[in-house]
Structures are given as C-alpha cells and as structure tokens.
Write a protein that binds this ligand. Sequence first.
Ligand code: ZN
Length: 144
Amino acid sequence: MQFDDLYREMIQDHYRQPRNKEPIDTKSQGAALDNPSCGDRVALKIEWDDHDRIKSIVFDGEGCSISMASASMLTEIMSGKSRAEAVETAAKIHRIFRGEEPAEELEAYGDIISLQGLVQYPVRLKCATLAWQTLDLLLGAEAS
Ligand code: ZN
C-alpha cells in the first residue's frame, strides 16, 4: 500500500537524519530508559526558559529505527511547548498508542503519524513508546 511506503520513508528519514540529537551525560542531566526486548536506549534532556517553556529538547541513544525515529519526532513535537502543554500532549499520545483514541489523530502532531500502524503490534510499540516514557520520567521529575 502506498501509505505504508510513505510512512516507512518518514521513519527512515528521522532515523538517518535525527532531529535534535546530541550527546547527553545522563549521570548529571536528563533521563534515560532502556527497552531490553529490542536493545533500544533513549535519553532526553530538556532546557526550560524563564516562562516554563521548553527552550530546547534533545535526545541521545541507540537502537532500532522506530525507537530513534520516535525520539526524533518527540523532540520536534515538544519544542517550544509549555510544561502544561507538554504533559497534556504526552498523555494524549500515550492514549493513542494504547489504542484508547484513534491512531489517525497522530496526524495533528506531524511525522509521528508514520507510527500509527504500530498500535497493532505490541512488540514494536515498545520501541515507539520508549522515548515517550522517558519524557514522562523527565516531566514528572522536573515538575516536583
Ligand atoms: Zn526497537
């Protein structure tokens, strides 16, 4: 199907040319999580501005194309968001990934629509959600 090819292209594009990827020393900054079933590792780091908006968000890590593409897409989605918007958007995307809301709604968030097909595949979904779980960790930790 045509859409599958398009989506595969979008995933590969983020995998080969990741957005906002730079080294993160997770001992002193950010948060990181592993997905042992696939060998993926994602680290995230957020810098907030004076108005509690995301000034910069970068990721680091290694793993399969889906885990890296999802992290790359996450940084694009979250750039410039307020803390409340970030929490709300992350919750929404988790609900979509869990199948509680229609996968088509990912379209509102840009390239991440390319991951919509994964909702039916729990194993690959773990790869896609890794970055989002890492973000939860960061938002939760930073909010306290
Ligand atoms: Zn993976």
